[in-house]
Design a protein around this ligand. Structure first.
Ligand code: SF4
Length: 444
């Protein structure tokens, strides 16, 4: 359990020496309790205090990484039951099930290349296939190696310990996840995962059995564990998923402090939805195509977006249509919703344009200006840094109507003969603005 401020205070030297930057040990303890400071700032903290605080601040759910490199999937380390309490830390990894039965090596390779090519941008996130779950079958070792070579994290949906070894051992350096079949005797899988040093899924007939299985795997030398929850139907699965998270957060049993694995077979779309909404960390999903994935990715994005951080676009210059140096240059802020509304209206107008997105800490135009995040100097600096000023020859910048108070200072900050034109307040008026203001101005 996390320590309270007063409990932490009792562990500190209580000399009020101020070396940590705070006037008293109590003030520092309160910041530590809120997770806003590190004990490293107190040079006089005793080893006992460090040990106690270290244990208390460890996340109640262990982190586990599957795969290596840029596409590796790390899960766990969650600290809350409800997102609004703080935030969810690790979004679940969605693994696509590959059954190599009936497929040649070339067909498997082509399928993996297709999955590798999936890249769908939505609201500042790129959806892609997070990993591949290989079914133990003839051709599975080759398919797993082919997936690992492409950078995919791999889960091995085993049927036998020997089969799991033949698939996982050649790619053990890529940290594949071994998933035993339902009801399997666990000892051989414990030994395999411990020998290869890879993560393992454990299961149990009920929550007590699951926690005991995790503890037994840990005792057998398995370092990284995922829990497959019991649940014959959606109702009991829902209960298991919630109870595991609650039990982990309350630290009622060390065996529950691990991420959760779930498999959703063909037609079990609701199970996948339940897993995403109720704390599953890795889902192996059998599917028929993109129509399965788009709603799942979108659901995951909505749940795992940090409510304390606005969705943001990367600052830069975005071409809308095929603009050239005579096309209009518009400016907006990097709040994702603002960007999508403006870009949609520009595209609907049929006028190709450059849209310069300025860093305003993810705030909309009016909010950013009100909060002092949208000054003339800041916008001018951003337009130069992103190269927006080099995209057009007419030296005219169109700013949103809500940013009109900065038009004068922005024009001064831009210098070099730049003109700043105040555009419409509402994005829906962009097309009439192009027609009635921009085109006549350009024709002159
Ligand atoms: S550095 Fe340590 S002993 Fe000094 S005031 Fe801060 S918490 Fe207290």
């Amino acid at each position: 359990m996390p320590l309270t401020g007063l409990q932490i205070f009792k562990l500190l030297p209580n000399t009020n020496c101020r070396k940590c930057g705070y006037p008293t040990c109590l003030a520092f303890a309160m910041k530590l309790a809120a997770g806003r400071e590190s004990l490293e700032k107190c040079p006089d903290a005793s080893p006992e205090a460090r040990a106690a605080l270290g244990a208390a601040s460890a996340p109640p759910i262990r982190g586990v990484t599957i795969g290596r490199g840029e596409r590796a999937v790390t899960v766990g380390e969650e600290t809350v039951f409800f997102r609004h309490e703080k935030t969810f830390v690790r979004r679940p990894g969605l693994f696509r099930i590959l059954d190599p039965r009936g497929l040649s090596a070339a067909e498997c390779g082509a399928l993996l290349n297709d999955w590798l090519g999936v890249s769908i941008a939505r609201a500042g996130e790129t959806f892609r296939v997070d990993g591949v779950a290989i079914v133990e079958a003839p051709g599975a070792p080759e398919a797993a190696s082919a997936a690992a070579r492409r950078g995919f994290p791999v889960a091995v949906l085993a049927a036998t310990p020997e089969g799991a070894a033949s698939i996982a051992e050649p790619i053990k350096d890529q940290r594949p996840l071994i998933v035993p079949p339902a009801g399997a005797a666990p000892a051989a899988y414990f030994a395999l995962a411990a020998r290869l040093g890879v993560p393992l899924v454990v299961a149990g007939a009920d929550l007590a059995g699951l926690a005991s299985a995790a503890a037994a795997a840990s005792s057998a030398g398995v370092g990284d564990i995922l829990l497959e929850p019991p649940g014959a139907d959606l109702r009991s699965l829902h209960h298991s998923l919630s109870a595991i998270r609650r039990g982990a957060l309350d630290r009622v049993h060390p065996g529950l402090g691990h991420p959760v694995f779930l498999r959703a077979g063909r037609g079990e779309f609701e199970k996948a939805v339940l897993g995403i909404t109720k704390f599953a960390s890795v889902l192996a999903i059998e599917d028929h195509g993109g129509e399965t994935w788009l709603p799942l990715w979108t659901l995951r994005q909505n749940i795992y977006t940090d409510p304390q951080k606005p969705l943001q676009m990367e600052p830069g210059v975005y071409p809308l249509g095929e603009p050239d140096s005579r096309s209009p240059l518009l400016m907006t802020t990097n709040f994702s919703l603002t960007y999508f509304i403006v870009s949609t209206e520009v595209e609907a107008s049929g006028v190709a344009a450059h849209l310069a997105v300025v860093d305003a800490e993810g705030l909309s135009v009016l909010t950013a200006w009100s909060a002092g995040k949208l000054s003339g100097d800041r916008v001018a600096k951003s337009l130069r840094q992103t190269g927006a000023v080099d995209r057009v020859s007419h030296r005219t910048l169109i700013i949103p109507g809500y940013a009109s108070p900065i038009s004068g200072e922005l024009e001064d900050a831009m210098g070099d003969g730049w003109r700043v034109i105040v555009g419409p307040q509402e994005a829906s008026d962009i097309a009439p603005f192009f027609r009635d203001v921009w085109e006549p101005m350009r024709a002159r």
